[in-house]
Ligand binder design. Structure first.
Ligand SMILES: Cc1ncc(COP(=O)(O)O)c(C=O)c1O
Length: 333
């Protein structure tokens, strides 16, 4: 009998009729159906099991990762059941629900407070990770931005499930943060469907695809570093969305499909419309995407009408919101 946490993957695949994408059949994998509520269960499960299996770590190894979101939660749940210590390095931008959840799952939360030279916290968090690594005889830094196991997890699970479920895929849309998901899926996509186009979805203000950095407000998508793992991805095109488009995408998912999903789901949904808008109708295309997490932890942001409405006038949002003034969201994966 599998443990609860072993029930990773085999998530539902649903068809999303989209009025503004009339000449495509759009399918979404509901990744929020994973045990801790996000696509990151796939990476956490795969990486921990692979490392334990190879003997690179054992139950006395202290796991360390810099994460303020879904990955930290997925790792914390597994570390707890194995009786392993897990130190999660976070910063003041962490959503209060995620902080409570990490604590409830038994993670040892280390919060950095000093901003780095860019006004964000990523560099400070990574420095703290190095210090922590040095302070234990047996420790392992997961390093989702560079660890090849991160991409391998998605190639072997999500990529394989998509290939098995659909007879053809013409376009695959995925949000990018650490780059693990899109890198792994892209390998698999090109094997099964060599003509498939892999489309990365990134947030305005993220530097992943060489665009200017600016404050970002929605966690899970975008980054203030270029992830090393992405150098191995097979990406054909990039669609950039902003907060207003992401929020509109999330609300449309609820209204049109009854799907209450997190920020990056709204981003990819909006990106699909944006990509196909105005394109001449060619042969019917099969489009696949994934909805990475649920809407619950965005209830006081994306789903709060007051918070959301401010994005129609960004300047007034910057001036009005104390949270907004704290600095960059540093790759809250
Ligand atoms: C909600 C959400 N969407 C998308 C992603 C992007 O996944 P990746 O880090 O594999 O690029 C993440 C990563 O944490 C996420 O939390």
């Amino acid at each position: 009998m599998p443990r609860y946490l072993d029930n990773v993957g085999k998530t539902p695949l649903v068809r999303l009729p989209m009025a503004d994408v009339a000449h495509a059949d759009v399918f979404a994998k509901l990744e929020f159906a994973n045990p801790t509520g996000s696509v990151k269960d796939r990476a956490a499960q795969y990486i921990i099991e692979a490392l334990l299996g190879s003997g690179e770590i054992d139950r006395d190894t202290v796991l360390i990762e810099s994460s303020s979101g879904n990955f930290g939660i997925a790792l914390a749940a597994r570390a707890a059941t194995y009786g392993m210590r897990f130190i999660c390095v976070v910063d003041p931008m962490i959503a209060s629900a995620n902080l409570l959840l990490l604590n409830a799952l038994g993670a040892e939360v280390v919060q950095v407070t000093e901003p780095d030279q860019f006004g964000g916290y990523l560099k400070t968090r990574l420095r703290r990770v190095q210090e922590l690594k040095r302070s234990f005889a047996r420790s392992y830094w997961i390093d989702q931005y560079a660890n090849p196991l991160n991409a391998e997890a998605y190639a072997r699970t999500l990529g394989a499930e998509l290939c098995d479920a659909l007879p053809r895929i013409d376009y695959l849309f995925a949000g990018v943060s650490s780059g693990g998901t899109i890198t792994g899926i892209s390998w698999r996509m090109k094997e099964c469907f060599p003509t498939a186009k892999v489309i990365a979805v990134d947030m305005e203000g993220s530097v992943i695809f060489n665009r200017p950095s600016r404050k970002r407000y929605i966690p899970g998508i975008g980054s203030s570093i270029v992830p090393a793992i992405l150098s191995r991805a097979k990406i054909d095109d990039v669609v950039i969305v902003d907060e207003a488009e992401t929020i509109a995408g999330c609300h449309a998912l609820v209204r049109e499909h009854g799907i209450f999903a997190g920020g990056s789901s709204g981003s990819v949904f909006a990106a699909i419309s944006k990509f196909f808008r105005g394109r001449p109708a060619g042969p019917r295309a099969v489009v696949a995407t994934l909805f990475a997490d649920r809407g619950d932890r965005y209830i006081d942001t994306i789903y709060d009408p007051t918070w959301a409405a401010r994005f129609t006038a960004r300047d007034s949002f910057d001036a009005a919101s104390p949270t907004a003034q704290k600095g960059h969201l540093d790759a809250l994966s």
